[in-house]
Design a protein around this ligand. Structure first.
Ligand code: C2E
Ligand code: CA
Ligand code: CA
Length: 275
């Protein structure tokens, strides 16, 4: 490398150090956040498009930091994942969501389902199945009311993923493939994996009403899913036009700002679905 190159390397090292330092700071802050109970769950309704009723909720974590306010999961989940802190955080999420669901079941929302996002590290954690079973028992929730959301990228190791998915099905929970269409996709696995729902990623829903090829992608996913016996949930539905098209193509369920943003647990029972 020439002189210029060397300087670049030095700059690069400094930047790397800074990044590493920032990461360490966030890691420490995340540890404290767990101890201090700074995480909260918000819940977004999932609407059945045939009945126009709320049939489920997706639990979405937020970090309520005293100095910076609400931190979005996109900003800390990757670091929690890298550092392994996602394991205790993920357990907290599941437990909190299941206790909330139990409360809703006992207060007029019988039959409501709860979707919980799993990260890849959790998915491959040997303790996953007993942890879920214990949490359901502790909360007194039947497994059929829990839906585990995984992403396509977690199923890269097809054999291993298939075993875990069958174990999950074995305890009676439902499985959704989240962000469908954005990741590694081998359509053949869809037939082998014991999954219940496909969630069409927001990026395909976004221009569904304005762009014919996006409409084609969405409708093809819906058709394919239905042919495989899977139900389809559209993510990120924001407009009446998007909703109309999804209904026209027999999409089963939807969630998005058109219906409601994710809200704190207290607000969830008051959500009114626009017709
Ligand atoms: P996701 O699972 O795909 O969740 C959907 C995201 O889209 C949420 O962002 C939600 O607030 C947002 N959203 C919902 N409807 C609309 C809409 O109509 N328009 C737009 N523009 N956005 C919409 P959020 O809550 O910031 O979560 C981001 C991601 O963080 C999630 O994506 C998920 O991958 C991850 N995440 C959230 N909570 C957890 C958790 O408890 N555990 C794990 N492992 N990951 C989580
Ligand atoms: Ca999700
Ligand atoms: Ca998603």
């Amino acid at each position: 490398a020439k002189k210029q190159g060397r300087n670049n390397y030095q700059l690069y090292d400094v930047l790397l150090d800074r990044k590493a330092f920032e990461k360490l700071q966030i890691e420490n802050a995340l540890r404290k956040a767990l101890e201090r109970n700074e995480f909260v769950l918000h819940y977004q309704p999932i609407i059945n498009l045939y009945t126009n009723k709320v049939t489920g909720a997706e639990a979405l974590i937020r970090w309520k930091n005293e100095r910076v306010g609400f931190v979005s999961p996109d900003q800390f989940i990757p670091i929690a994942e890298e550092t392994g802190l996602i394991i205790p955080i993920g357990e907290w999420v599941l437990k909190t969501a299941m206790l909330q669901l139990k409360d809703w079941h006992e207060n007029g929302m019988e039959g409501l389902t709860m979707s919980v996002n799993l990260s890849i590290r959790q998915f491959y954690q040997p303790n996953l199945i007993p942890m879920i079973k214990e949490t359901l028992e502790l909360a007194g929730v039947e497994p059929r009311y829990l839906t585990i959301e995984i992403t396509e990228s977690m199923t890269m190791d097809v054999e291993k993923a298939n075993v875990i998915l069958h174990e999950l099905k074995g305890i009676g929970v439902n499985i959704s493939i989240d962000d469908f269409g954005t990741g590694y996709s081998s359509l053949s696995y869809l037939k082998r994996f014991p999954i219940d729902h496909l969630k069409i990623d927001r990026c395909f829903v976004k221009d569904i009403a304005d762009n014919k090829s996006d409409e084609n992608i969405a409708t093809t996913i819906i058709l394919m899913a239905h042919n495989l016996g899977l139900s389809v949930i559209a993510e990120g539905v924001e407009t009446v036009d998007q909703l109309g098209l999804l209904k026209q193509h027999h999409c089963n369920q939807a969630q998005g700002y058109h219906f409601s943003k994710p809200v704190p647990g207290e607000e969830f029972p008051r959500i009114k679905v626009p017709s």
